[in-house]
Structure formats: structure tokens, C-alpha cells
Design a binder for this molecule. Structure first.
Ligand code: SF4
Length: 360
């Protein structure tokens, strides 16, 4: 049976100034590609991610000098910072001390009990949540021996094992991911995880590939999971500039009506009835609305034959007519504008709507 309301029922976990889970909006994350100790490059990339709409950013921490760079990075960015640590409890302590808003570490992999306790105590004292990151490609030996190969049950069992370690230490600010590169496996793992775990789930399809293939694969996988009401936060993993990950993540949330802070473009595919240079106009308008932080629907249509009526759900739109554009709102034409200025007119109307929304 599919749990349809997991997202609305999880524990709420604070990550910096955001709350994940507990019926809060799904949050888009990304991860930097720079060497974390290269503070200039890392901050530059994080600021670009912030501008694209990234709400939480994760940095890798393979060396102590990366953990030592956290305070300086924190000073120069606005969104919560997650530090990704494998095994080394000293780096986890350094990252927490340096102001990390969350750490990603699997407690079962830290080693001796006193090391786990030291990390958990520091996380508690600083209100830093821990993400348990289960990955089908790196399941523990005892799980692989039991199941033979990575399975959804094995992934959930691994997550529960790490959760139990934290709960035994009375630690509950937990977020869990169950990532796999195989879409079917990831979907099954998140479905099973949603039934067994009441902490917020962070979604991801790992190693999904290049910008084109990875976007399709991530959208198929994450879309299926989101549609089931599962997932409080997500990262799209692409082998490209991480800004693209944020764009895809935001678009995905808009597709499911899960982003109240983003505008959506409706554009016709064009056909022989086209009256304007729709493709370049659609790209121009898409770029323009990417910085609008209001749930406005904007339509761009090639002609007026079926146009405005078909895009009735649009808050504002233009349809091409011979030598001019028809500006319409909710399917009703409001005025004619010359072709040369119609895109500017549309942008002005979008700005007006965004201001109205902000004033509400
Ligand atoms: Fe063709 Fe007009 Fe429909 Fe665009 S809106 S696909 S140009 S009929």
C-alpha cells in the first residue's frame, strides 16, 4: 500500500532558518562541485545557486581543511549549509563547531561508540540535525550478505539501523535519504521508507547522468515519488553546473504544484498557424520569470485560434496575431499590443501581478 500523506505527517526538523518536513513546503537542495577549502570558489558557486533558487546547499568534506573552511563560508552565504562527512568523527565535530546547519553522516559508519556519542552530543548542543544518507551503491556488508544485492528492503533496513543508533542516544533531528541510481529501486525504497520512517525524507536519484539524460531520469524518478506524497526535500543530481540541478528541481516542484514561490510558463508547441517568433519569445519569458518568486502562470501562444481559451488557467499571457499580440488574462483578451513591444508589455504585467501577490 502506498502512503499518500507521508510528506504531511513527518516530524518537522529545523535546518538553519528552514523547517523540513511537518507539512512544510518541499525544499530544493544542491551540492557544490568545488574544493570546499577553496573558500572563494565555493562561496561564488553557492551564491550562484542561491540566486537560482537553491534553498539548502551541501559541501563535501573529505579533508580536515574542508571542515576548517566552514566558518568563513558560513559568514558569506545566506542559505543553510550542510556538511557531508564520511566516517571521520573529528571532521563532524569540526563542522558542527564551525557552524554547519546540518551534517550528513551515517552514525553506524563512525566507528567506536564513544565517537558516535561525541558527534551526537555536539549535534544536540548546537541544534544541528543529522541526515542519514543511505545509498544503494554503498550498503553495509551485513545488509548485502543478507539480501545478496541492493534491494529496497535492504536500504530501509540500513536506514533503520542508523536511526536506531541515534534514537538510542535520544537524538531525533533526523532526515533520511534512500538514494539509488536505478529509478525503480529508488521509488520502491522511498515507498517502503515512507511506511517505516516518520522522519522527513530527502529525495534523490544518484548518478542520474548528464544534463539531458539526468533531467529525464531524475524527473521520472523524483516525479513518481513526489506524486505519491513522499519527500520533504530533494536534490536533482546532474553531471553539469549545479545551477541546472536547482532549475530542474524547482521546475519539478512547480509541475506538482509544490512550489508557491515560483512562476510557471505555459507555451504552445507551435504549428502551421503560428503568427509570431514563439520559440525565442518563450525562452526569453522563461528566463525572465525564473527570478519571479510568486506562483504566477504565464502563457505564450503562437496564435489566437485556440490560444487564449486553451490557456485559460494562465494569469497572464500573449497570443500572436498578424503583426500584433493579444494580451489576455484567464482566457479573456484584455488588449492588443504591437508585435515589437508585446514581450515588454507581458513582462510589465508579470511584474504587476508579482507586486500584487507580494502585497497580499
Ligand atoms: Fe498552433 Fe496556435 Fe495552438 Fe500554437 S496556439 S499550437 S500556433 S494552434
Amino acid at each position: 500500500m502506498t502512503e499518500l500523506t507521508h510528506r504531511t505527517n513527518t516530524r518537522a526538523v529545523k535546518v538553519g532558518n528552514l523547517t523540513i518536513g511537518g507539512n512544510n513546503e518541499v525544499v530544493v537542495q544542491s551540492m557544490t562541485t568545488t574544493k570546499t577549502h577553496d573558500v572563494e570558489a565555493t562561496v561564488e558557486e553557492i551564491l550562484r545557486l542561491e540566486e537560482a533558487g537553491c534553498q539548502i546547499v551541501r559541501v563535501a568534506c573529505p579533508e580536515m581543511k574542508d571542515a576548517e573552511a566552514i566558518p568563513e563560508i558560513k559568514k558569506r552565504i545566506s542559505i543553510p549549509l550542510v556538511v557531508d562527512i564520511h566516517f571521520d568523527y573529528k571532521m563532524a565535530l569540526k563542522a558542527i563547531e564551525g557552524g554547519a546547519d546540518k551534517i550528513r553522516i551515517n552514525p553506524g559508519n563512525i566507528g567506536k561508540r564513544w565517537k558516535v556519542e561525541a558527534v551526537v552530543e555536539a549535534a544536540k548542543a548546537n541544534s544541528v540535525p543529522i541526515r542519514i544518507g543511505v545509498n544503494a551503491g554503498s550498503l553495509e556488508k551485513h545488509i548485502l550478505e543478507k539480501y545478496g544485492y541492493p534491494t529496497a528492503d535492504g536500504m530501509v533496513e540500513s536506514a533503520l539501523h542508523h536511526i536506531q543508533i541515534l534514537e538510542e542516544l535520544d537524538f531525533h533531528d533526523i532526515i533520511v535519504s534512500l538514494k539509488a541510481s536505478d529509478v525503480d529501486l529508488a521509488v520502491e525504497a522511498y515507498e517502503k521508507g515512507a511506511q517505516a520512517i516518520n522522519y522527513p525524507l530527502h529525495l534523490g536519484i544518484t548518478e542520474s547522468g548528464t544534463q539531458f539524460a539526468g533531467t529525464v531520469k531524475s524527473s521520472a524518478g523524483l516525479g513518481t515519488i513526489l506524486h505519491k506524497g513522499i519527500g520533504s526535500t530533494l536534490r536533482v543530481s546532474l553531471s553539469t553546473d549545479p545551477v541546472e540541478e536547482v532549475k530542474v528541481g524547482r521546475e519539478l516542484l512547480k509541475t506538482f504544484g509544490l512550489a508557491s514561490n515560483a512562476a510557471t510558463l505555459i507555451a504552445c508547441p507551435t504549428c502551421g498557424r503560428i503568427e509570431i517568433d514563439l520559440i525565442s519569445i518563450a525562452n526569453d519569458v522563461e528566463e525572465y520569470i525564473s527570478s519571479i518568486r510568486a506562483p504566477i502562470k504565464v502563457a505564450v501562444l503562437g496564435c489566437a485560434v485556440n490560444g487564449p481559451g486553451e490557456a485559460r488557467e494562465a494569469d497572464i499571457g500573449i497570443a500572436g496575431a498578424r503583426g500584433e499580440g493579444l494580451l489576455f488574462r484567464h482566457g479573456e483578451i484584455i488588449r492588443k499590443v504591437p508585435e515589437e513591444t508585446m514581450v515588454d508589455e507581458l513582462k510589465k504585467e508579470v511584474d504587476k501581478l508579482a507586486e500584487e501577490y507580494a502585497a497580499q
